[in-house]
Design a protein around this ligand. Structure first.
Ligand SMILES: [Zn+2]
Length: 220
């Protein structure tokens, strides 16, 4: 199943490039703000949980039988496994990253104390004595995510919120798909993401959809 979601994810990046319709390379396709680049890819992963989509290709290799409904339900349920912990953990990394990059480093005297203080807010399980996240946090010191680690979670906010529009209108609704193509995929970085997003969604992104998808709040 991971292979399927990965394929859909990467194909989203591919479509961002293939459907690009802008004059300048530097504003085209995936050349968007860092915290917007994973929307086109992550949103496509949502279709992997939709029967309508799975029925197109998820068939038994010998009998051609479509993937059974109860199996899809089990996949959906399993996707919420440890979501509470995962959510808090991702947020703690984002906060730690921001803490490092939003103050004068010469003022940080003790990495251990500094990290402990920042992580306190999100600490769920007792930390292992004499271990540190900071020294292993290659994403923000050598991986290009400096002051941008939050973008992982932010992209989830965007993709969950955007996908709810497809769920409302139909996962293969042509009008919604065309709007996503025009306002998000084709536009690239020609306008500010918040303007593009609003044009597609009709409003600013809201975190509620992600909370619902993660099973952290009840669906109405
Ligand atoms: Zn990606």
């Amino acid at each position: 199943f991971n292979e399927v979601t990965t394929l859909f994810h990467e194909f989203g990046h591919a479509l961002h490039g293939m459907l690009a319709n802008s004059k300048y390379e530097s504003l085209s396709g995936t050349s968007v703000f860092w915290d917007f680049v994973e929307l086109p890819s992550q949103i496509f992963e949502n279709w992997c949980y939709e029967k309508e989509c799975l029925d197109l290709f998820a068939k038994h290799y010998e009998t051609g039988e479509k993937i059974p409904e109860d199996l899809i339900e089990r996949i959906k349920k399993a996707s919420n496994y440890l979501q509470g912990y995962q959510t808090v953990r991702q947020i703690s990394f984002g906060l730690l990253d921001m803490a490092y990059h939003s103050q004068d480093p010469s003022q940080i005297e003790d990495i251990f104390d500094f990290e402990k203080e920042v992580m306190k807010k999100t600490e769920l399980l007792p930390s292992v004595p004499n271990t540190l996240m900071s020294t292993a946090f290659s994403h923000i010191f050598q991986g290009g995510y400096s002051s941008g680690y939050y973008s992982y979670k932010w992209a989830e906010v965007l993709d969950a919120d955007a996908f709810e529009l497809f769920q409302e209108k139909g996962v293969f609704d042509e009008e919604t798909a065309k709007s996503f193509q025009k306002n998000i995929l084709a536009a690239g970085g020609t306008e500010h993401p918040s303007i593009l997003y609003k044009r597609f969604r009709g409003r600013d992104p809201q975190p509620d959809a992600l909370m619902r998808r993660a099973g952290l709040v009840k669906k109405q």
